[in-house]
Design a binder for this molecule. Sequence first.
Ligand SMILES: [Zn+2]
Length: 260
Amino acid sequence: MHIHIITDLEGISGVTTIEQMEFDSFGYEYARKRLMIDTNAAIRGAFNNGADVVTVTDGHARGKNFIDELLDSRAKKINLIDLYSQGLHKEVDAVMFVGTHAMPGTMNAFLDHVQSSTAWYNYYINNIKCGELVQGGAFLGFYGAPVIFASADEAACEEAKYFFGNIQTAPVKKALTRNKAVSYDLDYCERMIEDRASKAMNLIGNIKPYKINVPVEIKVEFTRTDYCDNASERPNVERIDARTVIKKIPQITDYMSILL
Ligand SMILES: [Zn+2]
């Protein structure tokens, strides 16, 4: 059983301020340590209940957040593009999200956004407004892997259930404002992630992969026209108004096509 884990930083336990996203801050170094703790908890949960291969993507920003020597040595780090180019995406049996966040415009959500907080206002697949949970879930869902687990703030856990059904979630904090959250007890969070990731393994075979109807239309509304100017230069992208572009694709067959 091959489990692929997609990590992000915003929804990691103990990450409670926007300042912790600044790469040169003291808070960021703490966030990286918590990222490894949450990720390893999910990895243990998977291996404890049937996984024999676990791959994991360091998904925040440029993918340089992991403290590699702290990663559970049984797991292999790989970014989504390499998972795809090496053909491993077809071998994934189920997907877990660790530290994810809600789509932009979500109430009571910590650091809600999709891709770029500054440039991307809304994102749609086939006119369904969504975010990074669906981007990852739809890509691996196309190849038959369901999302079975997500750890995040309360709002993103709700979003995961809304799109993927009755999956296991581990809410590790609650947003007070968009840029501030209150964390739950950190030892409790670690145990909860391991326990629920382990329980999630029982969902494999009983929960459907997330499928997108074809043909696929990706739509991005930008916050400003100049961001849209740049995006409309890309191949197969059509500008439909000052701030909005669409891209029509026959099917979600590679991860980059989802990102426009
Ligand atoms: Zn992120």
